[in-house]
Design a protein around this ligand. Structure first.
Ligand code: ASP
Length: 329
């Protein structure tokens, strides 16, 4: 009997064609259209498609991404379904995929994929990526490893992957760690399993979590602006091990005393944050001012984790434990 996989279409380049009148590329194809364009259907797998939307992923927001995750979880409760494929724009794919990783508790595979060349291009990469993603979603090897991104034959953990090229078809990398596996000749190969998954049970995501990329001599004024404007947490994409320009430690203290968590992640794509340096807003003075450190979790993923943790209404002690767990692997 065939295995059943559900494909949820959300839009993105993979579902886009060029509108000659507008002179722009827009998402307009349904999941049904995407399946009709496959070069060949993976054998032994029935695919049911479900519409979610047809948007560029730059236009999605946290509410929509949360709705998508709830839908994935509901579909996977059906015992007839072995896995889910989500077709998604590449710009924010790593974010929706990571949210799915922390919110969806099913052991069944969830596989995000997309394309860099739109569906109207003769050498679009969409159909091959979809076929490979369907194979992954139906594969027993991928059970229990969390949400993955399948792109250009490579399988990446949602927690570890980022889009690293604006236009090439091999756009995704897991810096410092590498892919989990690959699809080659229609076969799924898994080389390693992620060691830790953090789950967050929440009915809502806190959308007022801001992210600040630090540069040489950046001003901490933005942190005070966040405090005044009712932001609920701030993630700093800080230097190296987790250091910031002068003045940031004092600003972090002002936010901490108002129970606004500040999370220090690193703008380096590889390695972990750790308080090492002292005065002038080195990591130790940020920690002393109350900042949390994200370990190996990237700034973009740390922001989503905070949205979920604050949405779940965790206490400061629970926040500390969860952030430590999420940043440990
Ligand atoms: N460049 C994007 C894509 O690959 C646009 C988007 O994220 O929707 O789909």
């Amino acid at each position: 009997m065939n295995k059943t996989v559900v494909l949820i279409a959300t839009g993105g380049t993979i579902a886009s064609t060029e509108d000659a009148a507008e002179g722009a590329v827009n998402a307009n194809l349904s999941g049904h259209d995407l399946l009709a364009r496959l070069h060949s259907r993976p054998e032994g797998i029935s695919v049911r498609e479900e519409a979610f939307g047809a948007l560029g992923s730059y236009a999605l927001d946290l509410g929509m991404a949360h709705r998508l995750c709830r839908r994935i979880a509901a579909i996977l409760e059906n015992p007839e379904v072995v896995g889910v494929v989500v077709t998604h724009g590449t710009d924010t794919m790593e974010e929706s995929a990571y949210l799915s990783d922390i919110l969806v508790t099913s052991e069944k595979p969830v596989v995000f994929t997309g394309a860099q060349r739109h569906a109207g291009e003769p050498d679009t990469d969409g159909p091959r990526n979809i076929a490979d993603a369907i194979r992954c979603a139906a594969s027993d090897a991928l059970r229990g490893i969390g949400t993955v991104v399948l792109f250009e034959g490579d399988i990446h953990a949602a927690r570890e992957v980022s889009k690293t090229h604006t236009s090439r078809v091999d756009a995704f990398r897991s810096a410092g760690l590498g892919k989990l596996g690959e699809v080659d000749g229609g076969e799924v190969y898994l080389y390693r399993r992620p060691t830790q998954r953090v789950h967050v049970a929440t009915k809502r995501l806190e959308s007022r979590v801001e992210l600040m990329l630090l540069g040489l001599g950046s001003s901490p004024e933005y942190l005070d602006f966040c405090l005044q404007s009712g932001v609920k947490a701030v993630v700093l994409a800080a230097f190296g091990r987790g250091n910031a320009p002068r003045g940031f430690a004092d600003a972090v203290r002002r936010l901490s005393t108002h129970n606004i968590p500040v999370i220090v992640a690193s703008r380096c794509p590889e390695g972990r944050t750790l308080p090492v340096y002292g005065r002038d807003s080195g990591g130790c003075s940020l920690a002393a001012a109350g900042a949390y450190f994200s370990g190996s979790l990237s700034p973009i993923k740390a922001r989503l984790l905070m949205s979920a943790l604050l949405g779940a209404g965790l206490t400061a002690a629970e926040l500390t434990a969860k952030i430590r767990g999420a940043g440990a692997s």
